[in-house]
Design a binder for this molecule. Structure first.
Ligand code: FES
Length: 102
């Protein structure tokens, strides 16, 4: 069964940016986006880059390695060479804590 699991306190996020969080065996990217908090796996689906090292404009994360682009609201790839969507997690904020359903 899935359960809501604490990831990081909202106050520990990089404001308006992407924060890398290790949760068990998962490396997550937590995006403080214009439309809320979104969580994906941190690794780019194109190669061995942590997306949190890339440029975040509040909606799209640009991979630091080859400049692939993803919409963090959906995980959808938006610019080559990114083709495979990001693995997104259902996320919510409760009492100042970011949680995901895993
Ligand atoms: Fe991210 Fe290539 S590793 S675009």
């Amino acid at each position: 069964d899935k359960a809501w699991t604490d990831v990081i306190a909202v106050c520990d996020l990089e404001p308006g940016d992407a924060t890398s969080v290790t949760l068990g065996s998962r490396e997550l990217a937590v995006f403080d986006a214009a439309e809320g908090v979104f969580v994906s796996l941190a690794r780019c689906t194109h190669g061995a880059a942590n997306l949190c090292d890339g440029h975040f404009d509040g909606t799209h994360i640009e991979c630091p390695l080859h400049q692939g682009l993803f919409d963090v609201r959906t995980g959808a790839p938006k610019a080559a060479p990114a083709r495979v969507p990001l693995r997104m997690f259902e996320a919510r904020v409760v009492d100042g804590m970011v949680q995901i359903l895993i």
